[in-house]
Design a protein around this ligand. Structure first.
Ligand code: COA
Length: 259
């Protein structure tokens, strides 16, 4: 039987999705992109999953980009058809549940674009980052030209995209490309802690909070604030808002119903 390109392990409410092509630094082939898309849709629909962690197999790479070998004979028409059908980056962006990228090793090109489409990025100290497309004569095609400036600002995004240079994890942290950097031996524990902390909140309210914050990258300020106000009002219809407020006033822990 062929080795699965994507592995799923469940730890209570947290599903860990591992991209599994370690001999190719987890480079994303089209088949792997399809498997990721399918897996994420299943986990997003699964009521037992509250948080999803995305990571790469082996101890050398998160993902070293899209599969460069598949670029070789691809025509513009084929590429446009793929975009029409929807990309793996769109699929990550569409996930309503909180998504954490666990990064250990090379995070290059499409791998960086995949990580940027997640909600939280936690990296080991030994990770390396590069918006590397220009080194092989192409540009970012998985949303990188838009997500990178939103995370690190226009100047830094231009520098990274035009030079294709590698940066270390501490530099990625300094510029806001990742949210936390920890020594490699602590990576799993820290990802687990953050995932479980998010999983301990009301799942329905976490999804609404995620939608509100993500709108900041898409809407002008006034529209974003109006959108937040609509979502805030909507949350007042949830049983978990009733429970959360009551639990605080009664000085006890809330018991979420995810409704
Ligand atoms: N697409 C396809 N294959 C890839 C790949 C990618 N993005 N990244 C690595 N591989 C393959 C290599 O071709 C090699 O295959 P082989 O064993 O059949 O020859 C295998 O993975 C191991 O890679 P190798 O280069 O030998 O390992 P390394 O440890 O010397 O270097 C990297 C690792 C990640 C630094 C290097 O592979 C690299 O630069 N990869 C491309 C990164 C990139 O530019 N990504 C963005 C593309 S848009």
């Amino acid at each position: 039987m062929a080795t699965p390109l994507v592995l799923v392990n469940r730890h209570g409410p947290v599903a860990v999705v591992t991209l599994n092509r370690p001999d190719k630094h987890n480079a994303m082939s089209l088949a792997m992109k399809d498997a990721i898309t399918e897996t994420l849709a299943e986990l997003d629909a699964d009521p037992n999953v509250r948080v999803i962690v995305l990571t790469g197999a082996g101890d050398r790479s998160f993902v070293a980009g899209a599969d460069i070998a598949e670029f070789q004979d691809r025509t513009p028409v084929e590429q446009l058809r793929m975009y029409r059908e929807g990309t793996v980056y769109d699929a990550v962006d569409r996930v309503a549940k909180p998504l954490i990228a666990r990064i250990d090793g090379y995070c290059f090109g499409g791998g960086l674009e995949l990580a940027m489409a997640c909600d939280v990025r936690i990296a080991s100290e030994r990770s390396l980052f590069s918006q590397a497309e220009i080194n092989i004569g192409i540009i970012p095609g998985g949303g990188g030209s838009q997500r990178l400036p939103r995370l690190v600002g226009l100047g830094m995004a231009l520098k990274l995209t035009l030079t294709g240079e590698r940066i270390e994890a501490q530099e990625a942290l300094r510029i806001g490309l990742v949210d936390e950097v920890v020594p490699h031996p602590h990576l799993d524990r820290r990802v687990e802690e953050v995932a479980n902390r998010i999983a301990s909140k009301s799942a329905v309210v976490a999804r609404v909070a995620k939608a509100a914050v993500k709108a900041a990258a898409r809407l002008p300020m006034d529209q974003g604030v109006r959108y937040e106000q609509m979502l805030f009002a909507l949350v007042f219809s949830s049983e978990d808002k009733e429970e959360g407020v009551r639990a605080f006033l009664e000085k006890r822990e809330p018991r979420w119903k995810d409704r």
